[in-house]
Design a protein around this ligand. Structure first.
Ligand code: ADP
Length: 469
């Protein structure tokens, strides 16, 4: 059973039940008013008889018009007392003498009848005035009290009009519910149809039509489209990643196989070819290690150590190590503040190493690389500045992407795999830090890693929950 059908039935039923309750209440109103008039007539008759009995029990002339009927409030209430021969004994001032209210009422009193007076109705109560003679009861006359039922008539008319209008409103609401509901729910139908298409066609490029509708359905449509966009991006990244990995592994494998074939053909080992094979194997090992590190970071990997790390010590270690490489680039230390962070010293060392390695790789002979570490406003700022080739503005947003190389031929020759900065970013993120980069082509680049510095009271080791490979 579709949601649309369920909602239509639910709302229609709700309307029908509300209408039924309203009709009952509206129809009950005239009955209530009539009951109230009847009670009033009874009360007036009882009052008149009670007063008469106080004067004389046997004289019909003792029955008088009750005092309260003289007030304006009772202008539409009539009172008459007659003898058994129907001669008027007394009557209220608002009817002519000798006029009885309900001729048929004397047939079998007490009675209460409604008389139709054309435009109005009159409710009349007839009661006998009786004398108890011990063995028999003698009727010495009759008393009639009547009241106009103008209210009842008006009410019935008004109620009928209201009920007819409500019935029309009910019918049109049910009609609108049944015919408009499909339009309201159309976006949901589109959504489910698209979801089915996506699973069967594997095409994540489709989107729901979004006409900027306000409200929940509009929000759901946008959220659904956003989700599809993210899925599509993830899917594309995964496909590109696989293609890149295969490509990166095929290149050294082809070189190794080519050199082995050459040596087999020559029938002897060649130190130069063996050296090339060794280099390629090293490159492949580095690549596989990097991939493993990233894969672990992606799935949550190994928990990083929650230890107090003296960043300045690591920093100086890397500086010394890089100096030993004997590159034709000047490596300088600007300032080194003592600063501690909470995390994993091996991973943090890898961050500094990757940045310094890049700076040395992408700075031509005679250039300069300057390293500095400062402690500013609760943050450790680790900066590596080079006077190298720089990065073009169009490449800057992508340099942290896996396998991205700004200058493909050059960086491959330099042994880069395009994974170094991705690893830097994932480690820094796991330490709740960020990496910033500024660069100008031909002028050089500045990479800054910002990490929360450790204050002995502020951060407790147990608070760090990030994980990285
Ligand atoms: P790679 O192993 O190729 O160096 P990275 O992820 O470390 O991979 O860097 C990605 C790309 O960013 C590099 O290929 C290079 O084009 C660019 N890059 C990184 N660091 C620098 C730098 N200091 N100067 C110029 N370009 C850089």
């Amino acid at each position: 059973m579709s949601l649309q059908f369920k909602l239509s039935v639910f709302f229609s039923l709700l309307l029908v039940v509300s209408f039924a309750l309203f009709s009952l209440a509206a129809l009950g109103m005239p009955l209530n008013i009539r009951a109230r008039i009847d009670r009033e007539l009874q009360s007036i008759a009882s009052e008149a008889l009670r007063q008469a009995r106080a004067t004389s029990r046997t004289d019909i002339n003792a029955v008088k018009v009750p005092e309260r009927l003289r007030s304006l409030e009772y202008a539409n209430t009539f009172f008459v007392v007659v003898t058994p021969n129907l001669h008027t004994v007394t009557s209220s001032a608002n009817i002519s003498p000798d006029q009885v209210l309900d001729k048929d009422g004397f047939a079998d009193p007490p009675t209460i009848n409604t008389l139709d007076l054309g435009n109005e109705s009159l409710r009349v109560l007839t009661v006998p005035v009786e004398v108890d003679l011990g063995t028999t009861v003698r009727t010495i006359g009759y008393l009639q009290v009547g009241q106009l039922m103008a209210d009842v008539r008006d009410n019935v008319r008004l109620t009928t009009v209201i009920l007819l209008l409500s019935l029309a409103a009910l019918a049109s609401t049910i009609f609108i519910t049944i015919f408009l509901m499909p339009n309201i729910l159309q976006p949901l139908n589109n959504m489910s149809a698209l979801a089915v298409q996506l699973t069967s066609a594997d095409d994540l490029s489709r989107r729901l039509p979004d006409d900027n509708q306000p409200g929940e359905i509009g929000q759901l449509t946008r959220a659904f489209n956003h989700l599809l966009e993210r899925l599509e991006n993830l899917f594309r990244t995964q496909q590109r990643f696989l293609a890149d990995v295969s490509h990166e592994l095929r290149t050294p494998l082809t070189t190794i196989r080519g050199n082995l074939d050459l040596m087999r053909y020559m029938g002897q080992d060649d130190p130069e070819l063996l050296g090339i094979i060794g280099d390629e194997l090293e490159r492949m090992t580095r690549l596989v290690n990097n991939l493993l590190a990233l894969a672990r970071a992606d799935v949550g990997g190994v928990m990083i150590q929650h230890e107090r790390v003296e960043l300045d010590t690591i920093f100086l270690d890397v500086y010394r190590q890089a100096q030993g490489l004997g590159r034709p680039v000047a490596l300088e230390l600007a300032e080194v503040d003592q600063v501690c962070v909470l995390g994993d010293s091996d991973r943090l060392k890898q961050v500094v190493l990757n940045l310094v390695d890049n700076a040395l790789n992408y700075t031509p002979e005679g250039g300069r690389v300057t390293m500095s570490l400062t402690h500013e406003m609760g943050e450790a700022r680790l900066t590596v500045v080079d006077t190298g080739i720089g990065i073009a503005p169009e490449d800057l947003p992508h340099i942290f992407d896996r396998f991205y190389r700004a200058d493909k031929a050059r960086t491959r020759r330099a042994g880069g795999s395009g994974l170094g900065l991705s690893i830097v970013q994932s480690i820094v993120a796991a330490h709740r830090g960020r990496v910033e980069v500024q660069s100008q082509v031909g002028q050089g680049s500045t990479f800054t890693v910002i990490l929360p510095a450790l204050h002995s009271q502020a951060i407790q080791p147990s608070q760090v929950t990030a994980t990285v490979a």
